[in-house]
Design a protein around this ligand. Structure first.
Ligand code: NAD
Ligand code: UDX
Length: 455
């Protein structure tokens, strides 16, 4: 079986490599010359654990190839996946479908036989139908079907998520005269290895598949905003948010995942998909108050992190050296899209701090989006902590957990540690003589001033 993947980014590249690993021949089309050159030279342009080996193995096996020529990629393909970006449209929060529609048009012109055109990108309800219109308009002669196969992988664990998914969702044109048997049969064949591991494969209409993706992301985002709100409450009443998360999460109806309090959700999906779902609901004349509240709580939370840091630093950071550990929106990725570190570091620098930053994978992506002055990029975490007055943890990379509070005490000039991911234990920090504040937990047995008292 042969397929084409339009877009070789986080989703397109992982999906292509995983489908190739399933035994399918996959031709990836990528228009970004830097990404394409890297892929053709055998370099992986993004950081994703395990992806380099998976890509190399499948190139060697002759199942995976990269190019810019869409006609060559589409020739003979039974399924053509569109995995291009759908960023928020300037100003209004709608998903920008420019890349998706351009890809659909290019695909239409290049097709030479029946194929199913599948959106892997996250797209608003109704997009599949618009793609069908675009293709029909560009090539009235063409025999094709359209399907929606939203992707649920997380960056950092993308390969495992793709190979062992909780479910696969496939939406097809169920209302089509003659049904959508051909696309269902092709996609069933493509996902055959997942039937063998008994992953649930859910067939729905196009609209339902498109909406499932937004509903899933918004529900998870809502769970995070909820636990973040509980964390704030914990700080006021002296409870511990870890106990709350465990205490509610052990209830199977709630579930333990996505209850880790932090500085607010970021990344390339939750912020844009919650906004887009609000717009979809608005246009449909439906209510989306829970999603709106989720967005508002998250925006307010991200904005409040700067004030929390100022307060922990005694009210001002002017003239202070502040170490920042972790820049990406989560660990095990180099992705800086909507990372909480961006507004926080801008605020620190605007208020006169000198920032010593380190991230294990995100330094290159961080430079263009962080202030051009006032940020020094360090060799590693101890280098960033060296001589700092205060230290902030923004992303919970495992290598940061390994640094002991005593080691931090030796490295730093000051004693303020603001841990927005709760990677250290308050008591151990207090024992090392640090003034430690974290999220939603009582401060350790310190005699020093807590972040709240300092504020
Ligand atoms: P990305 O920006 O990393 O990748 C998109 C790629 O498509 C880019 O490399 C771009 O150059 C390329 N491209 C654009 N137009 C093209 C064209 N006409 N022909 C060939 N290549 C083209 O984006 P991403 O993070 O992979 O996200 C892609 C989609 O998947 C989005 O809709 C996103 O919401 C969704 N999604 C992302 C994730 C994630 O974790 N990143 C997870 C699930 C779903
Ligand atoms: C998300 C969805 O999980 C995935 O299913 C979808 O396909 C793409 O969007 P991703 O953005 O890669 O994946 O990362 P995720 O692990 O979901 O984290 C998103 C944000 O939420 C990060 O900023 C993370 O730090 C934050 N988060 C996550 C929390 O603050 N607490 C949690 O418990 C989980």
């Amino acid at each position: 079986m042969r397929i084409a993947m339009i877009g070789g980014g986080y989703v397109g590249l992982v999906s292509a490599a995983c489908f190739a690993e399933f035994g399918t021949e996959v031709a990836v089309v990528e228009t970004n010359p830097h990404r394409l050159a890297a892929l053709q030279e055998g370099r992986i342009p993004i950081y994703e654990p395990g992806l380099d080996k998976l890509v190399a193995d499948n190139i060697e096996a002759g199942r995976l190839s990269f190019g810019a020529d869409i006609a060559a990629a589409v020739r003979g393909a039974e399924a053509i996946f569109i995995a291009v970006g759908t960023p928020p449209r300037n100003g209004d929060g709608h998903a920008d479908l420019t890349y998706v529609f351009a890809a659909a048009e290019q695909v239409a012109r290049a097709m030479d036989r029946f194929a199913v055109i599948v959106t892997k990108s996250t797209v608003p309800v109704g997009t599949g139908r618009r793609i069908a219109e675009i293709v029909r308009h560009a090539r009235p002669d063409l025999d094709f079907e359209v399907a929606s196969n939203p992707e649920f992988l997380r960056e950092g664990s993308a390969i495992g998520d793709f190979m062992r998914p909780d479910r696969v969702v496939i939406g097809t044109q169920t209302e089509r005269a003659g049904g959508s048997e051909r696309s269902q049969e092709i996609l069933r064949r493509l996902y055959r290895p997942l039937y063998l591991i008994e992953a649930p494969i859910l067939f729905t209409s196009l609209e339902s598949a498109e909406l499932i993706k937004y509903a899933a992301n918004s529900f998870l985002a809502m769970k995070i905003s909820f636990i973040n709100e509980m964390a704030d409450l914990c700080e006021r009443v002296g409870a511990d948010v870890h106990d709350i998360a465990r205490g509610i999460g052990l209830d199977g109806r709630i579930g333990r995942k996505f209850l880790h309090a932090g500085p607010g959700f970021g990344g390339s999906c939750f912020p844009k998909d919650t906004l887009a779902l609000m717009r979809i609901a608005q246009e449909a004349g439906a209510s989306s108050r829970l999603v709106e509240a989720t967005v508002q709580v998250n925006d307010a939370r991200k904005a409040s992190m700067g004030a929390r840091i100022m307060s922990a630093c005694g009210g001002s950071v002017r003239g202070k050296v502040v170490a920042v550990l972790g820049l990406t929106f989560k660990p095990e990725t180099d992705d800086m899209r909507d990372a909480p570190s961006i507004p926080i570091i801008h605020r620190l620098v605007e208020n006169g701090a000198s920032v010593r930053a380190f991230d294990p994978a995100g330094m290159d992506a961080a430079r263009p989006v962080l202030p051009s002055q006032g940020v020094c990029y360090c060799e590693d975490a101890p280098d960033a902590a060296d001589g700092a007055d205060a230290l902030i943890v923004l992303t919970e990379w495992n290598e940061f957990r390994a640094i002991s509070p005593r080691r931090l005490r030796e490295l730093m000039r000051g004693d303020v540690v603001i841990d927005l991911r709760n990677i250290w234990e308050p008591d151990a920090m207090a024992d090392a003589g640090m003034r430690y504040s974290s999220i939603g937990r009582p401060d350790g047995r310190t005699t020093g001033t807590s972040s709240r008292e300092a504020g």
